[in-house]
Design a protein around this ligand. Sequence first.
Ligand code: ATP
Length: 369
Amino acid sequence: MSSGVAVDLENISIRFGDFTAVKDANVAINGGDFFSFLGPSGCGKTTILRAVSGFLEPSQGTVRIGGKDMAGIGPNKRPTALIFQNLALFPLMKVWENIAFSMEVAGASAGERRKRADELLDMIALEGQGDKLPSELSGGQKQRVAIARALCANPDVLLLDEPLSALDLKLRQHMRTELREIQKRVGITFIYITHDQGEALTMSDNVAVMKAGVIDQIDSGLNIYDHPSTPFVASFVGENNVFRGKVKEIKGNEALISTRRSGELLSRITPAQMGKLSVGDEAMMFIRPEALQLGPARAGNTTVTAKVVNEEFEGNTFSVFLEGDGGKTIKMSVPNTGQNNISASGQNLSLNYDAANAVAMPAGELASE
Ligand code: ATP
């Protein structure tokens, strides 16, 4: 099997008439990486994938696969294979015939095709199932067959356009692990697009977060979660409480932010945000529900006082919802220790957090706005 071919998008813009679907995208995908484009519907993910596969030429910029400029090279001449949401296995062909379909088109003998199909069946952990019809397989098994079919022609890069979205939740979660394992086994570059942050974070080596045609951040899932670069990323990836205010003071890598309802809140400034905030600026501060703790501040922590609106029991955690600034709700996640007795609605609670677990940045557009 081939492995490790890099994909580079250099200054790619894609326009449809007056509408710019993708603007100045610069993405370097390492060979052998599982790379995801993550963003809400309509942000341009599929359009980028079409430019990589060759179904569309960018209006500007260069797509390189394995260092080679792909301009003017059609989809069937590129070392890529594409998997869509709709798998479309041929219902009257056996599983092995489905897998080896591209070889049949290329004129390979039945023996060669069967051999290659059996190798791929092993790889997707469906050995011995080649003689079944697609209708005899489960949804997850069909998904794996579609992947094997795409891998049959030995692509250097597999492009996956929301391949799990038609599956039910449980199977979708199971398939995340399967897909990641298959990618590691094959060792080729996978480019995956999804609007589901859970999928992107669990499977990918690196993720590009997109908003309205623009890439806001490219990083590992962990860094995107812990060091979001824009208010959009902070609010789109995972849950985050947003506090708005004005910067009152900056000390080293910390900012003190005056909010209307929640008082003065201290926050770290991540290295990427250094120099972007000045005293008097409108700022946003983000704190994850799990970073808020019950009780008055311990040494060095900041206190927030807020009124409880609602509480939900979720098994291993309680979610407590409190009244925040500007009609927004603050969510706190408290582990269930077996002896929680949180609070009644209307009660004022003192919460505290460590400024190192908050992120401050210049105010900007949030994902839900
Ligand atoms: P989804 O998750 O809903 O598939 P997406 O992020 O993949 O969304 P794209 O399909 O890339 O989004 O579309 C990005 C934008 O470009 C959308 O506003 C879409 O309407 C527009 N667009 C896509 N293809 C064309 C086209 N051929 N002509 C005109 N506009 C297009």
